[in-house]
Design a protein around this ligand. Structure first.
Ligand SMILES: Nc1nc2c(c(=O)[nH]1)N[C@H]1C(S)=C(S)[C@@H](COP(=O)(O)OP(=O)(O)OC[C@H]3O[C@@H](n4cnc5c(=O)[nH]c(N)nc54)[C@H](O)[C@@H]3O)O[C@H]1N2
Ligand SMILES: Nc1nc2c(c(=O)[nH]1)N[C@H]1C(S)=C(S)[C@@H](COP(=O)(O)OP(=O)(O)OC[C@H]3O[C@@H](n4cnc5c(=O)[nH]c(N)nc54)[C@H](O)[C@@H]3O)O[C@H]1N2
Ligand SMILES: [Mo]
Length: 777
C-alpha cells in the first residue's frame, strides 16, 4: 500500500466501474450526509444545512447558481455538493499551534491537497520567519505590522500583488481593492482570470456588458437550452432542477461535451419523491460528443446552416428587424462565414457528423426562445474568446438576446466571483469606476493597468513583485505550471493568506509567510456586539445578504473585513480619507460607500434587506447595448482547431465529483466510476489501442509546448473511457504541472487548462513514483 497518513493513493489503487448515466437522487444525499458527519457533529450538520440559501441564512459557498424567489425556495435549497462544501467549512477539526510544531513546512509541502484540507479549520495567526521551517504563533497586531512594514518598504506599490478568490463577499472585496488602489496599484489578479475571463472579454466586446442576461425564469421558459462545456451534475447540481423545469414546459436540452457526463444524461430530482424512486428525467434531447476545442467550428457551422436556411426561405429564419435595429457588422460576419467555413474542417475539428449538426439546426429552427449556457469547457481554451464571440453571433442571428426565455448564460463558478468583479476586483477596472472611487475617498487611483494571474506569476519569478497577499483561494494550486508557480511564490519576500483552511499555498511560501485565519460563511460575525452580514451576487446578478449562525471555529478569528481594514490602517495610516475603523464596526457603512461608487447599488442597504435581495439591471434586457457604437456587434472570428501531432492526445484538466476546486474531499469520482485514486487519465479505447497501451497500466503524462519544453506528471493510471477519441482527461490540480505558463487564451490570458498536447509514456513495471506524496508509518 502506498496510502499514507498525509499522501494520496497512487493510480494503481484505483478501482474503476462503468460511468453512471444519471445524477443526484437518494444516493447523492446519503453521500453528502456521510461526508458531513465525518467532518462535524450531527447537530452542527443539521443546523448548518437548514441555513443554506435561506433568506435569513448564508449563501451556499458551493457555486454561483441563483436561488429561486423566496416563496419558491425549498426548505433544503442545496445540493449534495453544496452540503459537502458547507460542512467542510463547518468541520469540528482544528489546526492548532501544536500542529505546526509537529509538522515542518517542508513536510506540509510534500503532503497531499486532500490531507492538508482534512486537518480542519485554521485557528490562530501564524508566522514562518525567514530561514525557519516551522510556523509559530503571532499576535494579530504583530502579524499585520509585519505585512505593513513590508508593503511600506517596497520601491513601488506595483511590487505588491493582491489576489482574490471568488468566495470573498462584496464588502471585503470592496475594501481590498480600495486598499490596493489607495496604496497605488491595480495589481488585483483573481480566480476569474483563470475562470470566466474569456466570457467577460467576449461579452463586453460584443454586447457592451460582461455579464450574462438570463434569469431562472428565462431558463424555465426557453424552448431550447444549449449546455456547452460544463458538467452541471457535479459543479452546478441545482441547475439540473432548472433544466427539468425547461423540459416540463416543453423545452429541449442539447448537451455539447467530450464526456457523457451523468447529469447531462439523466437527472433524479432529490427534492421530489418521484425523482427519488423513478427513472428521473432524461435531460439531453441531443448529445453532441465534441472534440476538445471544437466548439468554435460547431457554432460557425451552425451559423452557416442558418444563413443557408434563410436563403432557402427568406424572412423565416433570421430576425431581420432585430439585426437591423440593434446590431452592426452583420454583412461582414455573414460574408466571412459563407466564404470560409468548410465542412471537412468542421468535421475534423468537432469530430461530429454533418447530420448531427443539421439535427441541431432543425431544433434551432423549431425554437423561438434559445439560451446558451457554458462554463470552463469554452473559456479555458486558446480560442475561448472567439468561441464565445461566435456563440453571441449565433444568438444575435435570431434575436435571442434581450427577449424573455432567451440569452447568454455564462455559468459562474465561485459563489461570489461575479460580485467581486462588480466591487472592483480587476486589474483593469474601467476609468469610470476608478474616478468614482477616487471622488468618494478623495484620492487618485492609479490609472495604469495592473497584473492578472499569469502576469503576476511572471512578475514574481522575475523579482518585480515581492509581496503577495491572498484573500481566500489557493493560488499555488489553482495556477498553471505548478513548478514555475511554486518557484515564483518562493521568490517572494513575504506571502500572506487570509484563509479558512490549510492548503498548499501556506506551505509553498515566501521568506516570511503568514496565515491569517478568518470566519467561514456559516459562522456568526459580530462586531461591537452587533451581528453583521455580508452580501454576494450570483451568476444571474441577484444581490443578497448572507449571514451564518454557527459559533466561530476559534476565538482568535477575525472577519475578512476586520483583517483588511486593520492592515490598511497599519499600512496607510491616515494618509487616505478612509474610515477603516467605522467600516469594521458596521458593515452597513461599507455598503453606503458601495452605493455611491458602483452603479446599480443605489439604496444598497435598504434594497438588500428585502428577502431575496435585488437584481442588478442588465442594459441588454432593456434593448440597450452599451458598446461604443450603441449596438450589439457581429464579429468575424478566424477558424481554429486544436490538433495533436501523431502519437499525441489533447488533454483537458477537470473536476471530480468530490472536490472543491483545488481541494479534493475524497479520492472518488462516483459518477465517472473512479474510486480510490485521482492519479488517473481517461483515454478513449481506440486511442489506447493505437498507442499500444493498456487500460490499467501506469504512465507518465508528458506535455509538449511549442518552445520545445516538456512537463511531466508522473505515474498516472490509464482508464479506458468513453471520451471523444483523441481527447484525454485528468484531474485538476494534480495535472496543473502540465499546463505551460505561456499557454493562454487570446485576449483573456486565461490558462488553457482544457487544451494541452500530451503524450503518454509507459512506466517500467514496479518503478517507484517520485511524484507521490511522502509516506509516513
Ligand atoms: N462541486 C464543485 N462545484 C463547483 C466547483 C468544484 O470544484 N466542485 N468549482 C466551481 C468553479 S470555480 C467553476 S469555474 C465551475 C466549473 O464548472 P465546469 O466548467 O462544469 O467544471 P470542469 O470540471 O472544469 O468541467 C468542464 C466541463 O467541460 C467539458 N469540456 C472540456 N473541454 C471542452 C470543450 O472543448 N468543449 C466542450 N463542449 N466541453 C468541454 C468537460 O468534459 C467537463 O464536462 O464549477 C463551480 N462549482
Ligand atoms: N488545471 C486547472 N486549473 C484550474 C482550473 C481548471 O479547470 N483546471 N480552474 C480554475 C478556476 S475556474 C478557478 S475559479 C480557480 C480556483 O482557484 P482558487 O479560488 O484560488 O482556489 P480554491 O480551491 O477555490 O481555494 C480554496 C481555499 O480557499 C480558502 N477559503 C475557502 N472559503 C473561504 C472563505 O470563506 N474565506 C477565506 N478567506 N478563505 C476561504 C480555503 O483556505 C481553501 O483552502 O482554479 C483555476 N485552476
Ligand atoms: Mo472558477
Amino acid at each position: 500500500m502506498r496510502e499514507s497518513s498525509n499522501g494520496d493513493p497512487g493510480g494503481e489503487q484505483a478501482k474503476v466501474t462503468p460511468p453512471k448515466t444519471w445524477a443526484a437522487g437518494v444516493p447523492a444525499v446519503a453521500h453528502a450526509v456521510q461526508y458531513s458527519l465525518a467532518e462535524t457533529s450531527a447537530r452542527r450538520t443539521a443546523l448548518n444545512l437548514l441555513d443554506i440559501n435561506q433568506t435569513k441564512g448564508f449563501d451556499c459557498p458551493g457555486c454561483a447558481w441563483p436561488d429561486p424567489a423566496p416563496g419558491r425556495r425549498h426548505k433544503n435549497e442545496y445540493c449534495e455538493n453544496g452540503a459537502k462544501h458547507a460542512n467542510d467549512d463547518a468541520t469540528t477539526r482544528r489546526v492548532t499551534p501544536d500542529f505546526f510544531r509537529r509538522y515542518p513546512v517542508s513536510e506540509l509541502a510534500r503532503s497531499s491537497d486532500r490531507w492538508l484540507n482534512q486537518q480542519g479549520r485554521l485557528t490562530q495567526p501564524m508566522v514562518k520567519r525567514p530561514g525557519a521551517d516551522h510556523y509559530e504563533p503571532i499576535s494579530w497586531h504583530d502579524a499585520l505590522g509585519l505585512i505593513a512594514d513590508e508593503l511600506r518598504a517596497m520601491d513601488s506599490p506595483d511590487e505588491a500583488i493582491f489576489y482574490t478568490s471568488g468566495r470573498a463577499g462584496n464588502e471585503p472585496a470592496f475594501l481590498l481593492q480600495l486598499f490596493a488602489r489607495a496604496l497605488g496599484t491595480n495589481n488585483l489578479p483573481d480566480c476569474s482570470n483563470m475562470c470566466h475571463e474569456s466570457s467577460g472579454a467576449a461579452l463586453y466586446e460584443t454586447l457592451g456588458t460582461g455579464k450574462g442576461n438570463v434569469s431562472l425564469l428565462d431558463i424555465h421558459q426557453a424552448d431550447l437550452v444549449l449546455t456547452v462545456g460544463q458538467n452541471p451534475g457535479s459543479n452546478h447540481p441545482r441547475m439540473l432542477s432548472a433544466l427539468e423545469e425547461t423540459k416540463r414546459g416543453g423545452g429541449q436540452i442539447v448537451a455539447v461535451n467530450p464526456l457523457p457526463e451523468a447529469g447531462l444524461m439523466r437527472f433524479k430530482n432529490p427534492q421530489k419523491p418521484r425523482g427519488v424512486v423513478g427513472r428521473g428525467t432524461n435531460i439531453a434531447d441531443q448529445f453532441l460528443q465534441i472534440r476538445l476545442g471544437g466548439d468554435l467550428a460547431l457554432f460557425q457551422a451552425l451559423n452557416l446552416l442558418l444563413l443557408e436556411a434563410e436563403d432557402a426561405a427568406p424572412g423565416t429564419v433570421l430576425d431581420r428587424e432585430f439585426i437591423d435595429r440593434h446590431t452592426s457588422g452583420f454583412e461582414e460576419f455573414a460574408h466571412h462565414i459563407r466564404t470560409t467555413v468548410s465542412w471537412p474542417d468542421v468535421l475534423a475539428a468537432t469530430g461530429l457528423a454533418r447530420g448531427q449538426i443539421e439535427e441541431l439546426r432543425d431544433r434551432v429552427l423549431a425554437s423561438e426562445r434559445i439560451i446558451v449556457c457554458w462554463a470552463m469547457g469554452l473559456t479555458q481554451h486558446k480560442h475561448g474568446v472567439p468561441t464565445i464571440r461566435e456563440l453571441v453571433n449565433f444568438q444575435l442571428l435570431r434575436g435571442n438576446i434581450g427577449r424573455p426565455g432567451s440569452g447568454v448564460c455564462p455559468v459562474r463558478g465561485h459563489s461570489n466571483v461575479q460580485g467581486d468583479r462588480t466591487m472592483g476586483i480587476w486589474e483593469r477596472m474601467p476609468q469610470g469606476f476608478l474616478d468614482a472611487l477616487g471622488r468618494e475617498f478623495s484620492f487618485t487611483p492609479p490609472a495604469h493597468h495592473g497584473l492578472d494571474t499569469v502576469n503576476s506569476i511572471r512578475a514574481m519569478l522575475e523579482g518585480r513583485a515581492k509581496v503577495f497577499l491572498g484573500l481566500a483561494g489557493n493560488f499555488v494550486r489553482a495556477a498553471p505550471d505548478s513548478e514555475l508557480t511554486e518557484k515564483a511564490m518562493r521568490r517572494c519576500r513575504l506571502t500572506a493568506h487570509i484563509s479558512t483552511k490549510l492548503n498548499r499555498s501556506h506551505a509553498v511560501c515566501g521568506d516570511t509567510a503568514l496565515i491569517l485565519p478568518t470566519l467561514g460563511r456559516s459562522e456568526r460575525d459580530c462586531q461591537n456586539g452587533e451581528e453583521q452580514f455580508i452580501t454576494v451576487e450570483d451568476s444571474m446578478s441577484q444581490v443578497h445578504a448572507s449571514s451564518g449562525r454557527l459559533e466561530p471555529a476559534s476565538d482568535h478569528l477575525l472577519s475578512e473585513v476586520a483583517i483588511i481594514g486593520r492592515l490598511a490602517r497599519r499600512t496607510l495610516g491616515d494618509e487616505a480619507d478612509v474610515p477603516w475603523e467605522d467600516f469594521e464596526a458596521d458593515y452597513g457603512t461599507i455598503r453606503d460607500r458601495i452605493a455611491r461608487v458602483v452603479p446599480g447599488f443605489e439604496n444598497f442597504n435598504s434594497k438588500v434587506r428585502k428577502p431575496g435581495g435585488f437584481t442588478l439591471p442588465n442594459p441588454v434586457n432593456e434593448g440597450v447595448f452599451p458598446t461604443p457604437g450603441g449596438k450589439a456587434l457581429f464579429t468575424v472570428n478566424g477558424f481554429e482547431s486544436l490538433r495533436a501531432p501523431r502519437g499525441h492526445l489533447v488533454l483537458q484538466t477537470l473536476r471530480s465529483h468530490d472536490q472543491w476546486n483545488t481541494v479534493p474531499y475524497t479520492t472518488n469520482d462516483r459518477y465517472r466510476g473512479i474510486h480510490g485514486s485521482r492519479r488517473i487519465v481517461l483515454v478513449h479505447p481506440a486511442d489506447l489501442r493505437a498507442l499500444g497501451l493498456e487500460d490499467g497500466s501506469q504512465v507518465d503524462v508528458v506535455s509538449v509546448w511549442q518552445d520545445g519544453t516538456e512537463r511531466r506528471a508522473e505515474d498516472f493510471r490509464l482508464v479506458s473511457y468513453p471520451t471523444t477519441a483523441g481527447c484525454a482527461a485528468a484531474y485538476y490540480p494534480e495535472a496543473n504541472a502540465l499546463v505551460p505558463l505561456d499557454s493562454v487564451a487570446e485576449t483573456s490570458n486565461t490558462p488553457t487548462y482544457k487544451g494541452i498536447v500530451v503524450r503518454l509514456e509507459p512506466r517500467p513495471v514496479g518503478r517507484a513514483s517520485g511524484a507521490a506524496a511522502v509516506e509516513r508509518p
